[in-house]
Design a protein around this ligand. Structure first.
Ligand SMILES: C[S@@+](CC[C@H](N)C(=O)[O-])C[C@H]1O[C@@H](n2cnc3c(N)ncnc32)[C@H](O)[C@@H]1O
Ligand SMILES: [Zn+2]
Length: 226
């Protein structure tokens, strides 16, 4: 699933590092994540530790548990019937709340969370050692072409071209973002024409604090909304 950020060939784990056939190698940090920076990857550092901790505290209140459950429901049932190794990629995974929650429901899947913030990924890896995490940019994912069955973006960046590249034919893209439309200008082909509003509005519910939209689309451009 991983590709080398230098030569773009496949990366495989060998002990405490990931290595490609050309010999580029990337150490696994003590907390368990791997740093796969794009060369000249700019100044974006993502969320700082204080922000990561605030989000963790908020997520632990359980307010977004329903969203996690909704994401789980939107993994296509056909994908759950195991045909070989399935894979899920969470782009802009933060401290891994949704990544780990999905991984728990997808036993046997290869699950990766990727975020530009080293602090976020470090917290994620410490907290969820059963999940794979890497530091990398959404714009240049260290992921092989057509190697992902389900790509997820919750309140983070999503680059339509990259998501299309990494998703297998028939793969599913799940996007949750605040506001009336998915953020980031994801391409119409990668997203459904009729997104399902989530959650239902309701006075008194903590959910109404966050108008969300969750949408699901097939990578091949058909409307995957269920
Ligand atoms: C609002 S947080 C959402 C985190 C997580 N998906 C969640 O729902 O809890 C946005 C995340 O996107 C990350 N991010 C921002 N720009 C990024 C980029 N260019 N590539 C990868 N991640 C990025 C931030 O570091 C942050 O962790
Ligand atoms: Zn390489």
């Amino acid at each position: 699933m991983l590709r080398c950020p230098v030569c773009r060939l496949s990366l495989a784990r060998q002990g405490k590092r990931y290595r490609c056939v050309r010999g580029h190698s990337f150490d696994v940090a003590r907390s368990g994540y791997v740093n796969l920076p794009r060369s000249g990857s700019g100044r974006c550092r993502g969320d700082a530790l204080a922000m990561v901790r605030r989000r963790r505290a908020f997520l632990e209140t359980g307010h977004y548990r329903p969203l996690l459950e909704e994401l789980k429901r939107r993994v296509p049932p056909s994908h759950l019937a195991q045909h070989g190794l399935r894979s899920l990629l969470d782009v802009g995974c933060g401290e891994g709340y949704f990544t780990a929650g999905l991984a728990e429901a997808l036993a046997g899947w290869e699950v990766w969370g990727i975020d530009i913030s080293r602090d976020a990924v470090d917290v994620a890896a410490r907290r969820h050692p059963e999940v794979n995490f890497a530091v990398a940019a959404a714009r240049d994912l260290p992921i092989l072409d057509a190697s992902v069955d389900v790509a997820v973006s919750t309140f983070g960046p999503h680059e339509p071209g990259e998501l299309r590249r990494v998703l297998r034919p028939g793969g599913r893209l799940l996007v949750a973002s605040p506001g009336a439309r998915p953020a980031g200008g994801a391409s119409e082909n990668a997203l459904p024409r009729r997104p399902a509003a989530w959650p239902p509005s309701g006075r008194g519910s903590p959910r109404r604090l966050d108008p969300l939209i969750i949408s699901a689309g097939e990578a091949n451009g058909t409307d995957g909304t269920e």
